[in-house]
Ligand binder design. Structure first.
Ligand code: SAM
Length: 364
């Protein structure tokens, strides 16, 4: 079922544009604000599911595969005692993964108020399915706001530096304008300690553009997802001089239905370098599965999470359409230049709490 990772050359260029973030206000800003609001409302409205409802999802195995990929990234790069910054943390779906990595402090930020509230109750162990769970062992703080707009270095001055920053399935929401893409990377760079790690997952622009070009029109997909580009892109050409604001509508059954932006990876890599973030690796999800399923500890993790069934009782597995949808994504790891001693931790963890009330949530 595995497919090779096709590197599309559509985006080859010498690097990102070097103009600095625009400081004036214009129609583009209003448009970006409207679309960002739409994204926030979409995620805010997504209700928490019961275990039974989640198991009935048509993309349950894809969700489990995504969790496996995030778990592998966390197990590879998080160390006991680490301070974690989870950008676009959503409903806190990764809290258990961080707990297993025995991290020391957690800060989560998300633009969707409903998701942050779910994250709060999940952290407190108040949601039904988590009632039986022991309390998380690390103190935490939660923020609600746009982490690709706000300057987080000031807001989180007393919580930083972080040892690891994670942005899962969300960085592409920063790619609506150059200013937002830069702000995202500037925030990560400013808050990570030298030598700290930035892990993430996002749509793979090479795959999306390749599929668009293979499609008859501007829409393509399968039973579980579709992607629709606007008429502006009828030519299916994306000049390297305009790598931001390439918008499409993304629908993933039982998960996502909102506007997203293409992130040409080579532009992302060059821009990240400007902010002292160096690429360690990037892998399309197909390649990621192929590489890390060679390691026994991750095979066992895959069996436990059940993305491919447990091969004993549960013979259900990822369907071909889910596997095709997985091909739309990539995982990346970047490292902040320089070195610092991770054991020389400051007292930031004392800022966090082990029980978070609604009024503890900070609004950016
Ligand atoms: C697909 S969900 C992923 C959530 C979580 N990272 C996970 O892996 O389970 C995308 C998340 O990005 C958040 N998001 C989108 N734009 C954002 C922004 N500008 N600032 C903060 N969060 C944002 C959404 O609210 C949503 O929770």
């Amino acid at each position: 079922m595995k497919r090779g990772y096709v590197e599309d050359r559509a985006y080859r260029s010498t690097g990102p544009p070097h103009s600095k973030p625009k400081l004036t206000h214009d129609a583009d800003d209003d448009h970006t604000r409207d679309v960002t609001q739409k994204v926030a409302e979409h995620y805010s409205a997504r209700a928490n599911r019961t275990l039974e409802e989640r198991e009935a999802s048509p993309i349950i195995h894809l969700k489990k595969l995504n969790n496996w990929i995030k778990s592998v990234l966390i197990q590879l790069y998080a160390r006991p005692g680490d301070a974690v910054l989870d950008l676009a943390c959503g409903k806190g779906g990764d809290l258990i993964k961080w707990d297993k990595a025995r991290v020391g402090y957690y800060v989560g930020i998300d633009i969707a108020e409903g998701s942050i509230e779910d994250c709060r109750t999940r952290y407190n162990g108040e949601t039904d399915q988590h009632m039986r769970r022991k309390r998380f062992s690390f103190p935490a703080r939660l923020f609600c706001g746009d982490c690709f707009e706000a300057r987080l270095d000031k807001i989180l001055a007393d919580d930083s530096p972080f040892d690891i920053c994670s942005c899962q399935f969300a960085l592409h929401y920063s790619w609506s304008t150059e200013a937002r893409a830069r702000r995202a990377l500037e925030n990560v760079s400013a808050l990570l300690r030298p030598g700290g790690t930035f892990i993430g997952t996002m749509p793979d622009a090479n795959v999306i553009v390749k599929k668009l070009r293979e499609a008859e029109g501007l829409k393509f997909g399968n039973d579980v997802y579709w992607i629709n580009f606007e008429e502006t892109f009828t030519q299916k050409k994306f000049p390297s001089s305009c790598p931001f604001g390439i918008k499409y509508q993304f629908h993933l059954e039982d998960a996502v239905d909102c506007p997203e932006w293409i992130v040409p990876f080579h532009v992302f890599k060059s821009l990240a370098e400007e902010y002292d973030l160096e690429l360690i690796f990037v892998k399309n999800f197909h390649e990621f599965v192929d590489d890390f399923l060679k390691r026994p500890e991750f095979v066992e993790l895959m069996r436990r999470l059940g993305a491919l069934g447990d091969s004993i009782q549960d013979r259900s597995t990822l369907s071909p359409v889910e596997w095709e949808a997985a091909y739309l994504y990539l995982a990346f790891v970047l490292r902040k230049r320089g070195h610092s001693d991770p054991s020389a931790r400051n007292s930031r963890a004392s800022r966090g709490q082990t029980q978070i009330s609604t009024s503890d949530i900070m609004y950016l």
